[in-house]
Design a protein around this ligand. Sequence first.
Ligand code: PMV
Length: 361
Amino acid sequence: MTEQQFIPKAYIKTVESGKVAWESPSNIALVKYWGKKKDQIPENPSISFTLNNCKTITNLTFSKKEDESDFEFEVYLDGDKKDDFKPKIDTFFKRVEVYLPFLKDYRFKIETSNTFPHSSGIASSASGMSALALCLISIEKQFSAEMTDAFFNEKASFLARLGSGSACRSIEGDLIVWGQTEAVEGSNDLFGVKYPYKVHENFKDYQDTILLVDKGEKQVSSTVGHNLMHNHPYAKNRFVQAHDNLEKLKPILESGDLKSFIALIESEALTLHAMMMTSMPYFILMKPNTLEIINKILKFREETGLHISFTLDAGANVHVLYPKNESVEILEFIKNELVAYCQNGHYICDQIGFGAQLIKN
Ligand code: PMV
């Protein structure tokens, strides 16, 4: 598997103008990606549930231009022009130009919106970058003779990764692995692949209720966060542990052992935060209410025997994960006991999803 396979041969067609649109979901990691090498290569493998409701919808309009000297694009969020998004997209275009050599031939209008509130503390980079990558590969498909669905998805994931690492896990569902590991055949550092082994019914329709504890800007950007793993005293062990956890997850996913599943994913979430607390400089990304929620979840689980669990991304919000057949009691508990700790009482009900959808070609 090399990057070379994603450099296209000469295009056989050109198109003057057009419009493509995709909606692409967010994802929540079970084994976390934290630490990267050059060119968005992960230091360790990760696995995630693709989400269903938290999505970005992107319309990409393109028209041929005369001058091929630079990228030309405009970005809109919910109809408002967003020049502050441009540097990130410019960096992305520079990174992917060699794989999408038509980028300087066209003028683009990127119109995007999210199904979740913009300032919800939910990172839109995974859904946003995957939606944009899908639009771009859809355009490339129009210039090319043939492109199999498998190659389309691989290249979409490969491009999305160059925008934001975890975005490569948002193209398909429902469980996606990214990062080379002996534990998963076909896994690689360049793009996400569908988890290829048996998954027990217990994990079908798994629920994720996202409790919005802090809707502010991220305290630490992912880039800064990943870089903290360079020269981190515990990094080496952490990377080994991620491989081990993927190996341990296989029999758990196969047998439907919810107890072991919960222990593994909660430990992963706390390890991610432990890495941030033990880096230099150090960061505490949980808020008091994050801990209140976690403690309430542990107590409720102890008292009821229900399979409620938590995971975290690099922030204060809590993802409450649980099987669908326990959702009545657990949602009741969330509403009665946990929502009080959310900013303005806000939370989002989501569940496992199956990947991005083409809206317009
Ligand atoms: O894709 P990035 O660079 O924003 O990194 C995301 C990292 C975590 O969300 C904390 C973990 C993960 O695997 O998604």
